[in-house]
Design a protein around this ligand. Structure first.
Ligand code: GCW
Length: 677
């Protein structure tokens, strides 16, 4: 049945136009080498080509006669005397050449993992309906650490997970290695993900005990051939909770020694353990500030413990205090910028894309332009906590592209640097950079809770590999491999994906509004909520609507969050006249009658956007209804049902928000709009 289990590894036979050519050019196959990674490549190639070519395929270990597909490291392929491409430690080159009257299709790399990535690269090229005659491409990752972050608890509850339970079946580990772990590794290797943090950042120290390390080790064993390292979340107070110490103060020598010994122990179980991911002094998690120490003190202690083993520490910058007088958007910057240059070389500060919290739209976090000598890692949220969970269709590639491509800084020579430039920090980019995605994966057959949410997992991997890719290309690749490379399907469906996130912005939080979601679960509207203990968890804290106007004044006359950005942005965003509509109410509190670029008043513009969001979802449904001829009935029906839910809930959002704002502002709907019931 077509239940979505195969993700982008659905090895359907190629179309009639391509299959005969593929078969002719690949009459024999060999992958040279003998590591577990090469074995995995051989296995994948055999499965993949058997499907695509629709014939029995054997993958040999030495170069046969005839038109041959041959893969291996440049060293293994030395007999072929190839020109070496600059593929780096993980990249690959795919070329075709004629030799002695035969066609050779060659996948070459410097490393075995490059050979595996190249194997996936060629299979994907074919799955996307591309000819292989004359193929000539080089692909290498721009970032070094490309990680999924699972927010999985040890009882298998997934925080903000909408796709079932945690994949990690701690109860049956270590002895039962669910074959699904291998499929997880295949799917990730296919998009270049090379690390996975198994446990929730709201961490349980138990995972660092031998009882759990023994269970994490076989997961690392399964993932290793696929180039994926295992990371764990470190609860800062673990020395107390599982170590029997009475403090976790990073300046205490016993505490330091405890972490050193713990690291040693972990590396005994998992020799290539990646390192720790840490949420400290945030939302109740313990941290160095509990002992009057700072983030650098905490991160460096852990970094020193894993450094002898080659590990890294990813220390999160998602911090904010429960203090209403402070603009939450400013806090990460204030807590981290003073320590710029004080973090160890193996520490990466992991920063959410925006300064608040994974909203449908935020400006990029000012930290990306705020530090000079600190390695920053991007954190995106693949799971859609604030964008309708698994039933709303929202392709996040466009959101991430918007952040990565955003101009962030200007050099003295006047060159504009984007967020990506800042993140890969120019100098020694490959060795210091990374991207993390909060996973949307669980035990659901389709992994992600919906078919279209698979696209977000896919897009995360692709953009982590190459942040310069455009979201549309990535959407096309995904849709072609997930459904069909037929253009009559791809053109409308990719267009639908490309507009889908903006539709969510429109019906939830247009024009720079944010955090209007109902409390706790964050599903559905709650702009009226204003009675929580923590003021900065109240939607009303963010929209500040009253009878005179709406929006959060972060300009120089307000919280001055705008001052954390580079001069050219500060200038642009400090003035409502030059602030783009998309960020208007993020930076400004304006009268309902404020005149917009469109000629509408602000109130009319807000109404217009909420309505546009609903209209857009209606259009998405129509597009999808027309796609029935190209998609199996099972997946088509589920997606159609989910879109119906999305339309219903887009109306719910529009009606609830407009009704609330009408009441607060004392205004009626402009002519021509449907009044909320
Ligand atoms: O987005 C918020 C979520 C929390 C999460 C926190 C974080 C893991 O609502 O569930 O906790 O962010 O990123 O730490």
């Amino acid at each position: 049945a077509e239940d979505g289990y195969d993700l982008w590894l659905r090895y359907e036979q190629a179309s009639e136009d391509l299959r005969p050519d593929y078969r002719k050019q690949i009459s024999a196959i060999a992958i040279l080498g003998d590591s577990p990674t090469i074995a995995a490549a051989r296995q994948e190639m055999a499965t993949g080509l058997a499907g695509i070519l629709d014939k029995t395929v054997t993958v040999g270990t030495s170069v046969p006669r005839g038109n041959t597909l041959v893969a291996g490291t440049y060293d293994a392929l030395s007999d072929l005397d190839l020109d070496r491409a600059d593929v780096g430690p993980e990249g690959y080159a795919i070329t075709q050449m004629r030799r002695d009257g035969r066609i050779l299709t060659i996948i070459a790399a410097d490393s075995d993992i490059g050979v595996l990535y190249g194997t996936f690269g060629l299979l994907q090229h074919m799955l996307q309906g591309e000819p292989i005659a004359g193929i000539d491409l080089v692909s290498r990752p721009a970032t070094q650490h490309r990680l999924l972050n699972h927010w999985d608890n040890l009882d298998r509850y997934v925080e903000r997970g909408y796709a079932g339970q945690s994949l990690w079946d701690w109860h049956k580990l270590p002895d039962y290695r669910d074959p699904r772990y291998t499929d997880y590794a295949r799917a990730n290797a296919a998009i270049g993900v090379n690390g996975t943090s198994l446990t929730n950042v709201n961490a349980n120290a138990e995972v660092l005990t031998p009882q759990y390390l023994e269970k994490a080790a076989p997961l690392a064993d399964v993932f290793r051939p696929y180039g994926i390292k295992v990371y764990l979340t470190a609860r800062f107070s673990a020395p107390i909770e599982i170590g029997g110490l009475d403090t976790a103060d990073p300046s205490n020598e016993e505490v330091q020694a405890w972490w050193e010994a713990k690291a040693e122990e972990i590396y005994n179980y998992i020799p290539d353990f990646g390192g720790f991911l840490v949420k400290a002094n945030s939302e109740g998690q313990p941290g160095p500030q509990d002992y009057d120490r700072n983030h650098a003190d905490g991160a460096n202690m852990l970094a020193d413990a894993v450094a002898p083993h080659g590990g890294i520490v990813m220390w999160r910058a998602f911090v904010y205090a429960a203090d209403e007088t402070q603009d939450r958007a400013k806090q990460a910057w204030e807590e981290f910028v003073p320590f710029d240059g004080q973090f160890r070389d193996n520490v990466l500060i992991q920063v959410k894309n925006g300064p608040i919290d994974f909203q449908p739209r935020e400006p990029f976090s000012p930290l990306f332009a705020g530090v000079e000598d600190t390695k920053l890692m991007m954190e995106f949220q693949i799971t859609k906590e604030y964008l309708g969970f698994a039933t709303h269709l929202a392709y996040l590639g466009t959101m991430w592209e918007e952040t990565l491509d955003a101009p962030a800084q200007r050099t003295e020579e006047g060159e504009t640097l984007t967020v990506t430039d800042m993140m890969v920090s120019g100098n020694d980019a490959y060795t210091v950079s990374g991207m993390a995605g909060v996973a949307n994966i669980g035990t659901d057959r389709n992994w992600s809770g919906s078919i279209f949410d698979q696209a977000n997992w896919y897009a995360f991997g692709r953009l982590a590999w190459d942040p310069a890719l455009d979201a549309e290309t990535v959407a096309r690749e995904w849709a072609a491999m997930t459904f069909t490379p037929d253009r009559a399907f791809l053109d409308p469906v990719v267009a639908m994906m490309m507009g889908s996130r903006e539709a969510v912005v429109d019906y939830m939080t247009p024009l720079g509004l944010h955090h209007l979601m109902d409390t706790g679960h964050h599903y559905g509207p709650g702009p009226w909520v204003d009675d929580l203990d923590r003021p900065d968890w109240n939607p009303a804290y963010y929209h500040k609507a009253d009878e005179d106007g709406i929006g959060f004044d972060r300009s120089s006359s307000g919280s001055d969050a705008v001052s954390q950005y580079a001069g050219f942005l500060r200038e642009e965003w400090d003035d409502p006249e030059t602030t783009p509509d998309e960020l208007l109410l993020w930076f400004h509190h304006l009268s309902w009658d404020y005149e917009m670029r469109s000629g509408r008043t602000l109130w009319e513009e807000i109404v217009h956007h909420y309505q546009r969001g609903v209209d857009e979802v209606e259009a998405m449904r129509e597009t999808w209804d027309g796609m029935a001829p190209y998609v199996d009935a099972e997946r088509h029906a589920q997606i159609a049902d989910f879109l119906a839910i999305q339309e219903k809930e887009a109306r719910w959002w529009r009606n609830a928000c407009l009704a609330y704002f009408m009441e607060v502002s004392g205004r009626d709907l402009p002519d021509g709009y449907e009044a909320p019931p």
